[in-house]
Design a binder for this molecule. Structure first.
Ligand code: XUL
Length: 547
């Protein structure tokens, strides 16, 4: 019986899940999670984002009277950065914890990972040798600091690259051409525009950069002790990869920054073995030379962790960001350019739409009215579907879908002191936005697999079922990205050993929806939302026109 470790380095926390698997089945035998802010307070992050006083004064970082918004991101400049050394030290803490878990880790066969998408890590030429020669007596951050050509990593919450998006779009021949090749028009948080901004603002530091990693490939490199490739799932969040061939697209690479082609890692299938666990980790935590599987993004990993290995199903993840996604056999580009097509870890494609105002918006309303989560649920239960016409647009922070660069809540018929009205309005707005902006995927959603922290709240899921007119399933394991990573470790290990294992077999028994937890829509309430979505769309359009 082998063990498989999945890790998920998300915006705010690190999670580890260990699976035990044999021909008879797969079981979760260990799960642990911690928040970066709590476990590694010395980095000074807030919700996993470096606060203005801690992020080094990069060009523009402190300009414009930057003010921190709820997420920790700077609302004045749109800049959101974190620390690659924090992620490295978190990995060390997690492996120490797992090593002390009592599991027989001599059976650990493979490790795979999931990470927040789009974030980039900039390493100089010393990294290649330093990664392979770390001293097991010292924490990773102390040894890696000298390898960074940029001390901070821009993350997916960053919205400061509108200019670079325009420049790249113009250079490749417009948004349609870019979307047709890479799966998305240019987005501020995507890695290409971020790299271009770094090149433009810090040319010397860019020139000193030997390798640009994603968060996922950086952490895989750290485990393997050598530069690891990027997988097509995370590579498609860069505006640099040709989706159809899963190779770098030279036109976009050249439009992004000079000499970039030589600084990018290889792209390799998601089940590629990047190496074995390096001598550093083996000695530091008495771990075996397990296979290190290429890491992927959290959304591609969630596709596996919610069991979406067949077309026609959709999953909604309610996390720091809210996302809706599903598997696609053929890449169908979004004609409205709001969504993305990413590579799927199964080798196909996935459609996805991402909303920045996820848990942050829910928490803001909860805190504003002094509620606990059960108070939040009670408020939802005490208000009617449709909220008697009370509505809001939940743009506490800059929004990705639709693009809103000037954040701010827009209220309609909502009194400032109306707590229950606000609770229902924020959840209804989020669910209607998810429904509205996922139409381009052309998936007739009959069953939604719900995941992410807020998917534990059945009152929120009831609104989801009613808005979509679809059944909603919950899962036993809430962190589908981490579970997906562990299942990818299992799959890649089987491929490496020449064992035949289908994706259906990989997920069987572990990601079966909890039948008892299935929620069904109420037809009358659904009819209310069919009308309300039109009103919501009109208000959204109006707000965008006024912006
Ligand atoms: C996806 C995206 C977010 C992050 C969150 O495009 O920006 O979902 O991956 O971790």
């Amino acid at each position: 019986m082998s063990l498989y470790l999945g890790l998920d380095s998300s915006t705010q926390s690190l999670t580890g899940i260990v699976l035990e698997a044999d021909r008879a089945g797969t079981r979760v035998v260990y799960e642990h999670s911690f928040a970066f802010d709590e476990k590694l307070p010395e980095y000074g992050t807030r919700h996993g984002v470096l606060t203005a006083d801690r992020g080094p004064a990069e060009a523009g970082h402190h300009e414009g009277g930057a003010r921190r918004s709820e997420s920790g991101a700077e609302s004045g400049t749109g800049i959101a950065v974190s620390s690659p050394l924090l992620w490295a030290d978190a990995l060390d803490l997690m492996l120490a914890k797992i090593a002390a878990s009592g599991l027989d880790l001599s059976r650990l066969a493979a490790i795979a990972g999931s990470a927040q998408q789009h974030g980039s890590v900039y390493l100089n030429a010393t990294a290649a040798s330093v990664l392979g020669q770390l001293n097991p007596g010292l924490v990773p951050s102390l040894q890696l600091a000298g390898c960074l050509s940029r001390p901070v990593s821009p993350i997916w919450m960053d919205a400061s690259t509108s200019r670079e998006c325009e420049e790249i779009t113009a250079a490749v021949g417009g948004p349609r051409v870019l979307a047709e090749h890479t799966g998305s028009r240019a987005f501020e948080r995507f890695t290409g525009p971020q790299i271009r901004k770094f090149f433009r603002q810090q040319p010397a530091a860019y020139a000193a950069t030997d390798r640009v990693h994603l968060v996922s490939s950086f952490l895989a490199s750290l485990l393997a002790g050598r530069h690891a490739p990027i997988d097509p799932g995370d590579g498609s969040g860069m505006n640099l990869m040709d989706l159809a061939s899963a190779t770098w697209w030279p036109l976009a690479v050249d439009a992004t920054a000079p000499g970039l082609a030589a600084k990018l890692p290889d792209i390799a299938p998601s089940w590629t073995i990047a190496g074995t666990l390096s001598a550093y980790w083996q000695a530091r935590h008495a771990l075996p030379p397990a296979r290190i599987v290429v890491w992927s993004g959290d959304n591609p990993c969630s596709l596996i962790g919610t069991g979406l290995v067949r077309e026609g199903l959709a999953a909604i993840s309610l996390g720091t960001s809210d996302t809706i996604f599903g598997l696609m056999r053929e890449p169908r580009i979004d004609a409205t350019f709001t969504g993305h097509v990413f590579g799927a870890p199964t080798g196909g494609f996935m459609g996805i739409t991402v909303f920045a105002n996820g848990s942050i918006a829910r928490e803001r309303i909860r805190d504003q009215f002094g509620l606990t989560w059960s108070g939040f649920s009670a408020a939802l239960a005490s208000t009617p579907a449709g909220n008697d016409g009370r509505m809001l647009l939940p743009w506490f922070d800059r929004e990705i879908t639709p693009l809103v660069l000037e954040p701010g809540l827009r209220r309609f018929g909502l009194a400032l002191d109306d707590g229950p009205g606000h609770v229902r309005a924020v959840v209804e707005a989020q669910m209607m936005a998810l429904a509205l902006h996922s139409r381009w995927m052309q998936v007739d959603v009959t069953t939604i697999h719900a995941t992410g922290g807020a998917s534990a709240n059945r009152d929120i899921l009831r609104v989801m079922a009613d808005v979509f007119g679809a059944d909603v399933c919950q899962f036993e394991v809430g962190n589908s990205a981490c579970l997906g990573a562990a299942l990818r470790a299992r799959h890649a290990d089987a491929v490496a050993r020449g064992e035949r294992l289908t994706w259906d077999e990989v997920v069987a028994g572990v990601v079966d929806p909890l039948i008892t937890a299935r929620l069904q829509p109420d037809r009358e309430r659904h009819a209310i939302y069919v009308d309300l979505i039109r009103a919501y769309a009109a208000r959204e359009a109006q707000a965008l026109e006024c912006a």
